[in-house]
Design a protein around this ligand. Structure first.
Ligand SMILES: [Fe+2]
Length: 163
């Protein structure tokens, strides 16, 4: 996997007020409109990411998704988040009402989620897809899950940036 850091500021004091989900969603939608995003990440066979911006309350990342690559089932630790599709398409898998739910998101689509959200994201377009993600506070840990017969089961916690 390839990771580029475009900006560096990872302080996320817990005493700062939370960023509303609607604000995170507006942020990712605005960033996703930038026509120059593709130049920020090399074409690779695996997912790649670059930090676009951040402050004490939130981080914004660009992620590229070659077709068929996926995150695996995960949560976002203590962070709420939002993402928007800038090019291509992404399939989001979630567990709801006893079954895996599949939602395809195309250019211009966005989603937001609270800190307890568990999902798996999959690149779903030929070539690569690009998405912009915002997390508040910035991601420090992510829970890693396996999909069992009754839904995702947490198998561990991953520290650091590796989505
Ligand atoms: Fe995620």
């Amino acid at each position: 996997m390839t990771s580029l850091t475009v900006s560096t500021h990872l302080a996320t004091p817990a005493t700062l007020p939370a960023v509303p989900l609607a604000e995170l969603r507006r942020l990712v939608c605005r960033y996703a409109l930038n026509p120059n995003l593709a130049a920020l990440l090399p074409e690779t066979r695996e997912r790649a990411w670059a930090r676009l911006a951040g402050d004490a309350r939130s981080d914004i990342w660009l992620i590229s998704w070659p077709e068929g690559t996926e995150t695996g089932w995960h949560d976002h630790g203590d962070a709420a988040g939002a993402f928007a599709v800038a090019s291509g398409s992404i399939v989001e898998l979630t567990w709801l009402l006893g079954a895996v739910q599949e939602r395809r998101l195309a250019v211009g689509d966005s989603r937001s989620s609270g800190r307890d959200h568990v999902h798996n994201l999959v690149g779903a377009s030929p070539g690569r897809s690009l998405t912009v993600h915002a997390y508040a506070p910035g991601l420090v840990t992510m829970g890693a899950f396996e999909l069992g017969p009754r839904g995702p089961v947490q198998r561990g916690t991953q520290a650091g940036v590796s989505w």
